[in-house]
Write a protein that binds this ligand. Structure first.
Ligand SMILES: O=C(O)c1cc(=O)[nH]c(=O)n1[C@@H]1O[C@H](COP(=O)(O)O)[C@@H](O)[C@H]1O
Length: 307
């Protein structure tokens, strides 16, 4: 996690902008231009997404340390969408941004290895190593247990990548499974949290945080604080700020005494800022940047300085 923490410190901003591009968020002038070239096709939609993202990345790169493309928004447009995802990752990384691929992947060992190669690593093509999506981190669903997480770890170490394991998610029904008490009277989310500490043991970086992070939602501030206290080496990705109702006070418990330990995500509140504020569609990226600055300032004011 050192690279992410360094980027947060350099920009004095512990937030990540989510790139979840629904067509409805994309200004008409961008969609029109894409359809003029490719028609109202999957390719046209993917071209609009990429153009929208590039404008956002140009405006956001000086402000945020990281972006989080949610793979589903790209996958819905087939291979054309996946090509837009790949180009988005490259464009963001060229601008020095840390890219968290939100794939929420998981499967049994060998299949998980293939996901890891695709999204974080390289794949061998008859003796030649090639990289596909090459994100800096990946969100991972832990439901299959260690078999679904362990295959990622050597690759993360080799290529300096990280993972964020779903621990206590931000959605309303997250408690159905995650809050369940197990035989030892601990919740499932606390148990998965401890597994994150175990999985990350050998990989602690300069700041004491391991390559195995956790996802914990802004919509459950008490659990965020409980997890922060219980998991001193686990860095948190905290979604649920903004559109899902989380605010600066809610995310504050995710941080440690140095103001480190968490990065807060917002997607819709940044992507749709131009629509919410009634800005001209040409200024969509400017509106997104203004919302990112507002979010940063609100969180920094609440949490204090970043060491
Ligand atoms: O892993 C995630 O990023 C995630 C976990 C979670 O518990 N809740 C959650 O909302 N997310 C993702 O975070 C983003 C939240 O988007 P907004 O609600 O628009 O800010 C979406 O990409 C979600 O898929």
């Amino acid at each position: 996690m050192d690279r992410l923490i360094d980027a947060i410190r350099a920009k004095k901003n512990p937030t990540v902008a989510g790139l979840d591009p629904k067509l409805a968020y994309i200004p008409a002038f961008i969609r029109r231009a894409a359809y003029a070239q490719y028609g109202k096709t999957l390719e046209g939609a993917a071209a609009a997404v990429l153009q929208f993202n590039k404008g956002l990345l140009d405006a956001l790169a000086p402000i945020v340390p990281a972006v989080k493309p949610q793979c589903a928004y790209y996958e819905q447009f087939g291979w054309q969408g996946m090509r837009a995802l790949e180009a988005t990752v490259r464009y963001a990384q060229e601008k020095g941004l840390y890219v968290i691929l939100d794939g929420k992947r998981n499967d049994i060992g060998t299949t998980m290895e293939a996901y890891a190669k695709a999204l974080l690593g390289t794949v061998e093509v008859d003796g030649t190593e090639l990289s596909a999506f090459d994100g800096d981190a990946l969100t991972v669903n832990p439901y299959l247990g260690t078999d679904g997480v362990a295959p990622l770890l050597p690759l993360c170490a080799q290529r300096d990548k990280s993972v964020f394991i779903l621990v206590k998610t931000s959605n309303p029904s997250s408690g159905e499974l995650q809050d369940r008490l197990l035989e030892d009277r601990r919740t499932l989310y606390a148990t998965v949290g401890s597994l994150c500490e175990d999985w990350g043991t050998q990989t602690r970086g300069r700041y004491g945080y391991s390559r195995v992070g956790a996802v914990a939602g802004a919509t459950y501030p008490a659990q965020l604080g409980e997890l922060r206290r219980a998991l001193p080496h686990t860095f948190f990705l905290v979604p649920g700020y903004g559109a899902q109702g989380g605010g600066a006070k809610d995310v504050a418990p995710a941080f440690d005494a140095h103001g480190r330990g968490a990065v807060i995500n917002a997607s819709r509140s940044i992507l749709t800022a131009w629509q919410k504020t009634g800005a001209d569609e040409q200024d969509y990226a400017k509106a997104a940047a203004a919302e990112a600055v507002r979010m940063r300032d609100e969180i920094v004011a609440e949490v204090g300085g970043f060491e």
